[in-house]
Design a protein around this ligand. Sequence first.
Ligand code: DX5
Ligand code: ZN
Length: 217
Amino acid sequence: MSSIIISPSILSADFGHLAKDIEMINRSEAEWVHIDIMDGVFVPNISFGFPVLKYVAELTRKPLDVHLMIVNPEKFIPEVKALGAYIMNVHYEACPHLHRVVQQIKEAGMKPAVTINPATPVAMLQDIIQDVYMVLVMSVNPGFGGQKFIAHSVEKVRELRDLIENSGSRALIEVDGGVNLETGARLVEAGADALVAGNAVFGASDPEDMIKRLRML
Ligand code: DX5
Ligand code: ZN
């Protein structure tokens, strides 16, 4: 049986007891930990910054899947690297010189991923798909956990799967926003390799079991 990469988003964790929730992720079958960094400019919210994440990174035993929802993300490559990040996701919409940023992330020794907002067409990735480790498809408008899944995202995943196959790229497809057992099943059927899940995991009565169930989709 194939298994899906699950990346629980700590944005939905209990910030008063973050260490406890990170321990749960460490014990679980999750592959990665998803970290959402926001600046109040690129998205209408602010999450956590590097001083807090330093402690999160120390407690976490899974590779960090860092999602930067900020303008000029290239400015923070050294800080993201210092956290020990495995993947650095930058938004297509935040990078006029995306090719350069992708190379800089690689040079820093991290896996480059490009994120697209719900209104950004998959076709915009045609000239960068060969250079990235992963594409992160936003299935909500970024900024908040617990939002409603945008149904059209399933079609985008299908289109992206075609683009990847036709270009000979080996990029992974990750989806972020409103993922649960029902939407997750549709995304996996369409070709997703990895699912971010915030509310579905931390809102579940048994978060560890929810990770296991998402992984088996
Ligand atoms: C939204 C973030 C997501 C968020 C997902 O801006 O990028 O990673 O935590 O949360 P859920 O799974 O609750 O939609
Ligand atoms: Zn995210």
